[in-house]
Every structure is written in C-alpha cells, then in structure tokens.
Design a protein around this ligand. Structure first.
Ligand code: LLP
Length: 432
C-alpha cells in the first residue's frame, strides 16, 4: 500500500487498485455510477490546517477565507467553515451558502466583479464585508447606509500565473482599482462616513514561485501605506488573495508554504514599520490550495478508435471538467485498477462532446490495451472542476461524493434529463 501522488497520502495504490481516503474507486463507481467526483474530507482539513498553522507561526492574526467559487458544494464549504475559515464570495448566492452553514456575516467577504447596485445594497444591509473593485461603486454608498468596514480590491500593477488566462492584475486586467485611484477611493469612503478599512488584491492563480507573494505584498504596501498615513485611517485587514499553486504534474514541486509565509510576513512587518501602521489582520483567500488535490474525477472508458493516434473516449468531457479545454491544463490520469502496469502507450484521451477541444490530453502515456469499461481517474479536480461543469450537449452533470476514512457520502445527486429541462417553458402555440 503506497501513496503515489505528491504528499496526498489519502490517494493509495492498494495492490494496483486506487483507494481514495479509504474507499475503493471501483466500489464507489459501482455504487454511485460514472462519471463521479470524489473528495477526500481528510485532505481538505489537512490542507487548511497546514496553511493556517504555518502562517500563524509567523503572524498570529492570520485568517483563511475560502474562495467558494473553487468548490461551492455546501458539504465542502461546511468542512472549511468547521475548520474556522471565513468565506470569500463572488456573488450573493455564495454569501447565502456561507450564511446557511452558520458563517457569520462579518466572516463573509463580498468581492463582486462589476456588481449590480442592488447587490451592493444588499451586502451592506446584511453587514457582509464589502470589497469594491471600482471607485464608481462608491457613489452607491450614502451616509444613511454606511458599511461598518469597507475594503477595496487594488490592482498592484503586476500579476502572475503559468497561464495567461489566470493573470488577474497588471495592465489590461479588468479587476481592481488602479494605484492612481487608491487615495481618492479611501478619502471618498472616509468622507462618506466609513471608519474601518481593509485592502485586498487578487493577482493571479496557481502561482508556484514562493517569493512572488512577498513581492506583491511589497507592491501593495507601497500603494496603501502612504494613503493610510496621509488619511490617518485604520487598516483592519490586508487580504492578499488566493493564488497558491498546487502540483498538477508528477514533476511539479509542492509549493514551499513555509517560505511563502515567512517571506510574506517579513515583508508585511517591514512595510508596517516603514509606514508606521499597527498590525492589521492578515487574510488569504485560497480556493485551489485547499481543495484541488482532495478531488478525483472517476470516469469509464466508453470506446477506443485506433489509428495513427489512438483516441481513448471516456464518459466525461469538457462538460464535466472544463479546465483542459479552456486553459490547456494538465490533469494527471491513472487507471483505477492495474495501477502498477507501465505507461507505455500514447493515447489522446477525449470526451463525448462534439467539439475538437474536448480533449483531456494529447499523446498521454497510459498502460497498453485499455478497453471499454476500464476506469480512469483524473487527479486534482477538487477546485474549479464540478463548479465549471455544464450541461452542454444535453449532458446531465456528474454526481459528487465525499469520502472519509472508508465511509462514503453522496453530497450531490447525479442529474438527469429532467434536471436539464425543468426550467424550460414551451409557449402554448408550440405545444400542438
Ligand atoms: N479570490 C478571488 C477574488 C478570486 O477571484 C479567486 C479566484 C480566488 C480568491 C481563489 O484563487 P485560487 O486560490 O484558487 O488561485 N478557473 C481557474 C481559476 C480561476 C480563479 C478565479 N478566481 C482554474 O480552473 O484554474
């Protein structure tokens, strides 16, 4: 019995068969069908605890908010809420999920991109922490309805990611307010009666360089520090976003989280001293780091087409897991049985969707003689997997299962045709 995937010891090869947090992959598929998203509860808790305890070694007033968009299944969100995470929400629906799980409004951060005026008003009424990313949104705040705390999402002028589509700051980014607008934003919010402030940035996703995080901290502090000093405002929190990378490929190293924490906190302390600012709360709002490697997508080989390249068709597609088609992302694939076979045969692993980009991998080496009915597992799909899935090509979405020390719990039922059609209304003149 060995774990084979980075430090994820919840994924085990037991006599050549894949076992996820004590549950056999084959047995899960037999019970719940295919394709199937499976999440390890223990891994999620472990990821949260590693992150929190590492940062708290260096900075006790450190808090993790989970980016709900990475995985909005309330069972998953609840695990993180139980661990003590606040919630980073991109829309009111996500704040509602957080609220329904008992997360208090002061632990919900609402970072909406181009939000409607009504959603801002509702967030203020519900005392959710509002994080504005457009100075014009300030016009919606009047003195009779001033939020207790207000934060701005600042574009520090630089972003990073291995993928261009995952860079959220720097020139041309649609997110955040520019450095040149920051003083005006805070001064105007103060004039409108806000007394407690936060600052936020989210500059990219899946970043692997541990030094990057201190670098953007420096950029942010050199923007906000002088403004805090000049306006004499109280900075309650600094939120440096998510972005922590995970290893998707076998040779990728794991992010040195101790180094990230140490360098970020050193930089923060140096800058707080330079600008004479008392220590605020330090927040990070990761999605991927907490849940990506806890999730596995189990699929079944539907058919093969042999030729110059062999196409291996599975019963999941870009409708089930969009990342490869959208970002050309790598997801490691392992057979769930006969795992010890050598990966000698190149396959183009494809889905059933009528699109050329419905391709999980080109020329991926897997064991030879794979055949219809075999099961394949796609790793690291716990973040932005199910959440980005769709019903394209009239495909019902997969089911989701949570596993924990050999116990399995269905946490979202498989959809059926009725789920696809149940919001449809046919006008009367088309019914005959
Ligand atoms: N905070 C904000 C405001 C965000 O927009 C995001 C992600 C996060 C936090 C969490 O970022 P993370 O820790 O996961 O890097 N669909 C893409 C990722 C898009 C991320 C969007 N924002 C993917 O599949 O890789």
């Amino acid at each position: 019995m060995t774990h084979f995937w980075h430090s994820v010891h919840q994924l085990q090869n037991v006599d050549g068969n894949l076992v996820i947090d004590g549950c056999s992959a084959s047995a899960l598929m037999e019970r719940y069908g295919s394709p199937l998203y499976v999440y390890s509860e223990n891994r999620i808790r472990e990821n949260f605890r590693r992150l929190q305890s590492t940062f708290r070694k260096y900075y006790s007033n450190y808090h993790v908010f989970f980016a709900v968009k990475a995985n909005n299944n309330p069972a998953i969100v609840k695990i993180l809420a139980e661990e003590g995470a606040g919630m980073d929400c991109s829309c009111l629906e996500e704040t509602e999920i957080a609220r329904s799980l008992g997360v208090e409004s002061g632990r919900q951060l609402f970072t909406a991109v181009f939000p409607t005026p009504a959603s801002i008003q509702e967030a203020i009424d519900r005392r959710i922490i509002l994080n504005l990313e457009n100075v014009r949104d300030l016009e919606l705040i009047n003195e009779e309805n001033t939020p207790e705390v207000l934060s701005f999402r600042v574009n520090p002028g630089m972003g990073s990611s291995g993928k261009e589509g995952l860079i959220f700051a720097g020139p041309n980014a649609k997110f955040g307010i520019q450095a040149s607008e920051v003083e005006y934003a805070y001064a105007e919010a103060k004039r409108r009666g806000v007394t407690r402030f936060g600052v936020h940035m989210m500059t990219g996703s899946n970043v692997h360089d541990p030094l990057y995080f201190a670098e953007i901290m420096e950029m942010l502090m050199d923007i906000i520090g002088p403004v805090v000093q000049k306006l004499g405002i109280t900075l309650e929190f600094i939120n440096i976003g998510g972005s922590l990378g995970v290893p998707y490929q076998p040779e990728d190293p794991e992010l040195d989280i101790d180094k990230v924490a140490r360098c970020v906190v050193d930089m923060l302390r140096a800058k707080l001293k330079e600008y004479d600012i008392p220590e605020p709360m330090l927040i990070q709002e990761p999605g991927r780091y907490l849940v990506a490697d806890a999730g596995v997508l189990l699929t079944t080989v539907s058919s093969l087409k042999e030729g110059e390249t062999t196409f291996l068709g599975v019963d999941a597609g870009m409708n089930t897991l969009l990342r490869p088609a959208l970002y050309d992302s790598y997801h490691h694939i392992v057979p769930t049985n006969g795992m010890d076979r050598k990966n000698t045969c190149p396959y183009n692993v494809v889905g059933q969707i009528c699109e050329n980009t419905d391709l999980f991998s080109k020329g991926r080496k897997l064991p030879e003689k794979l055949k219809p009915g075999d099961h394949l597992a796609f790793l690291d799909v716990g973040a932005y997997g199910y959440g980005m899935s769709s019903q394209y090509n009239t495909r019902p979405r997969a089911a989701e299962v949570l596993v924990n020390d050999g116990e399995a719990y269905l946490i979202r039922k498989r959809e059926n045709l009725e789920d696809i059609l149940n919001k449809v209304i046919i006008p009367e003149h088309l019914t005959t």
